[in-house]
Design a protein around this ligand. Structure first.
Ligand SMILES: C[S@@+](CC[C@H](N)C(=O)[O-])C[C@H]1O[C@@H](n2cnc3c(N)ncnc32)[C@H](O)[C@@H]1O
Length: 299
């Protein structure tokens, strides 16, 4: 178990904190762009979930869908398109993000503010619960999955999107500093991720074997699939803006894990005027993958 305050004197420690102190609302633009880039992949994922739900053992119909940790609701809207007859609910602790989700949905979704894990009991029941990149923000991930499983209706499906592949966006040699920056950025990000988790309330170390954790939550596994997001160079402005924000955050939050040469390379990448910057250089691309673990409640 990690102490909660072991990094309090660190200059970035205020960002390595749990949902209450982390300013999710301010990340709305960033989360929205990121999700929009994954729309083709998540659309394929949603179609797969619809197939799973329509097979034997599934619910008679999909009446209610939850998107837990919805952020700005890009995926919530996509779930509403995929399940047109369902009540689709964006669940998040950040009112500003729920307001965005509501605004972009043209009335097709509802929102529910929940501060997890305390508010798990307020979610109600659902035939499909989707949760992407949110469970890892809760200290006890197994307890979170168990609580989500308890909200499933008979035959209902829990779909957890965590990890997959980290984004790839740079060639091996970018003409700035030492080749291989991308891999070192991954390592820096892992360092920051571990700090973030260590600072969560009730931080619990866990072997992150998601199928095993879903089984321990009392569910029956119904498959794991990975969906590719592949935007080749030359990138459109939306993807460039996303990378600009992504690398700026890496620099600000995880720079301590990089050496001076790599930090200098990051400065050149986020320089909005330089031709070597992410907004201008011709060689950047965006390649990532979303892994979705599914399991169902007994019918
Ligand atoms: C990384 S974002 C993921 C957003 C979206 N699901 C996606 O994949 O694009 C994590 C989301 O979880 C929410 N969140 C973080 N901690 C939370 C908590 N304790 N209770 C409820 N929501 C939380 C944040 O507000 C944020 O919208």
């Amino acid at each position: 178990m990690h102490g909660h305050n072991h990094k309090q004197d660190h200059s970035h420690s205020h960002e390595h904190n749990h949902g209450h102190d982390y300013d999710w609302g301010a990340l709305g633009d960033h989360l929205e762009r990121e999700a929009e880039l994954s729309v083709p992949a998540i659309t394929r994922a949603a179609h797969w979930l619809r197939e799973l739900l329509s097979t034997d053992g599934g619910p008679a119909g999909v009446g209610r869908v939850l998107d837990v940790g919805s952020g700005p609701g890009v995926v919530t809207g996509l779930l509403a398109d995929t399940f047109p007859d369902a009540e689709v609910v964006a669940v998040d602790q950040a009112p500003a993000l729920l307001a965005r989700a509501q605004a972009r949905s043209a009335g097709r979704i509802t929102t529910h503010r929940a501060d997890l894990p305390g508010d798990f009991g307020t979610l109600g029941t659902a035939d499909l619960i989707w949760s992407a990149n949110a469970v890892h923000h809760l200290g006890d991930q197994q307890a979170a999955l168990t609580a989500l499983a308890a909200s499933l209706r008979p035959g209902g499906l829990l779909a957890i999107a965590e990890r997959g592949l980290p984004p790839r966006f740079l060639p091996r040699d970018i003409g700035l500093g030492r080749p291989g920056l991308q891999a070192r950025l991954d390592a820096a990000w892992e360092g920051g991720f571990a700090d973030m988790r260590a600072d969560l309330p009730d931080a619990t170390e866990e072997v992150e074997d998601w199928p095993a954790m879903l089984t321990r939550a009392g569910l029956t596994l119904s498959g794991t699939r990975t969906f590719l997001t592949d935007w080749p160079a030359p990138l459109a402005p939306l993807a460039r803006e996303h990378l600009q924000a992504h690398v700026t955050r890496l620099r600000d939050r995880f720079g301590e894990y990089l050496d001076a040469g790599d930090r200098a390379a990051l400065e050149a990448l986020v320089d909005t005027d330089a031709p070597t910057g992410l907004l201008h250089r011709p060689d950047v691309f965006f390649l990532t993958a979303t892994t979705v673990f599914t399991a169902r409640a007994s019918s």
